[in-house]
Design a protein around this ligand. Sequence first.
Ligand code: ADE
Length: 207
Amino acid sequence: MGRAAAQGTIHVSAINIRDYSVEKHKKVDDYPYGGGAGMLMQAQPVYDAWKAVTDAIGHPVRTVYLTPQAQVFTQAEARSFAQEEDLILLCGHYEGIDERVLETIVTDYVSIGDYVLTGGELPALVLIDSISRMVPGVLSNADSGIDESFSENLLEYPQYTRPEEWMGKKVPEILLSGHHAKVEAWRKEQSILRTKERRPDLLEDNE
Ligand code: ADE
């Protein structure tokens, strides 16, 4: 990501929502109406920060809110987001954000997994990493983003490098054969076996 940013292939900037607070102590949160634990981010600073970014870009931009209350992020979505010229990733903190501003600005709700984090910042970094590597020119080998886990809802096959034997364990003979078609067939079979064993839910998604 650092190299891609230095080359100008991707550009990332962080906007501090607190800078858009209109209160003297730069407060961005308040108590929830109806009571309950924790604080909520208020609509105004979130909207003003979003509006400033949108105006600077100059056209409507997909705005992704990171929240556990969403479908879990997939490789297919990473591919889809990588097609966009610009993206806004909105990170909540505290117990969440006033629903009215979410209804107004958010186009996509994304969770990175069924667990709760303290804020959307780590999920945003996860998205930036996975989306960036699908942008042409970010990975050194142009193909390395394609032939991998999840490209067909299958996990990747096992891989081996030198030496041929390590701790008495040999590299599977077929990989040394130089027989390209047989290697491909073996890898496909291994992908299916591994997916059956570790992530059978992915195979059900293919049906
Ligand atoms: N914010 C807090 N937990 C999250 C999660 N699991 N995914 C995305 N955003 C979050």
